[in-house]
Design a protein around this ligand. Sequence first.
Ligand code: XMP
Length: 310
Amino acid sequence: MDYKQFIEEQISEIRDTVGREKAINALSGGVDSSVVTVLGHRALGDQLKTVLVDNALMREGEPEHVVKLFGKLGIKVSLIDAREEFLTALAHLTDPEQKRQAITDTFYAKVFARLVKESGAKFLLHGTILTDIEETVAGIKRQHNILAQIGIDTQKAYGYGVIEPLKSLRKDAVREVATALKLPRELSQRIPFPGPALAARIVGPVTKERLETVRAATTIVEEELSETGAFQYLAVLLSDLATGIRDNKRQFGEIVVIRCIDSVDARTATVKELGWDKLNRICERIVQIKGVNRCLYDLTPKPPATVEYV
Ligand code: XMP
């Protein structure tokens, strides 16, 4: 595939579709939304407003870091604090599909609808990729960002049209486009991170405290495993508890699962073989997180498991 040509085609298509109207897009810092942000700004300049919605579900320091990173690329990103709205929508939900639905609804129908209205934008640029569409259409999972492909008319439902420049590409091709756009490696090679963010890694209720636990575990896992070159690595908080010993007393504590996989496009995945020393070090660090007394390594490939737990 000629990525330079792909970029030129997408830029002119975005320009043709948007015309003299305004557009808006949401950046998460993942490679998909980063590529869309850069394509959009090349196509539209000031006609495009880019926002980063802090949904309370992102990694440690991530919202501020991403805003800064794009500032260095000359792209202004507005940071929107919607933490309480998302936490309220998620409160008391435990069913995976209901949690994903709550995030979709809060994002599109509430926060985004409001931002679009305020900005006067008639179009939303979106980083949907081919794998998202395939898995949603196949009924494997309701990806939070799939709308048109399952029959939702965004114009009717939310009041704006959606442009999806990456919908014909898989993750590996998106990285090639990122490289062709000369995005820094930190962005082009960034490991995949799901739209529902850390909520995809909390089985059971999503609360501020449980987010803190999984966020701390994520920091450890990313520090320890970034050198492996694995496709993706993550930490998951289960809803079960297990008996342990803390300060010579019985403690019914939290269980964190570590997952580290190799994959080309996340459609299938194999588990990375990690050295015992590495696994032990991760375990030692994970059980220092408040309330956690067990750390497990997940040996399950995809299929039958998915990458995320929710
Ligand atoms: P699963 O868990 O479905 O994940 O095997 C496959 C890949 O997709 C990521 N993922 C998502 N990405 N929105 C996204 O943008 C989502 O709702 C979503 N769910 C999973 C996951 O991290 C993995 O790389």
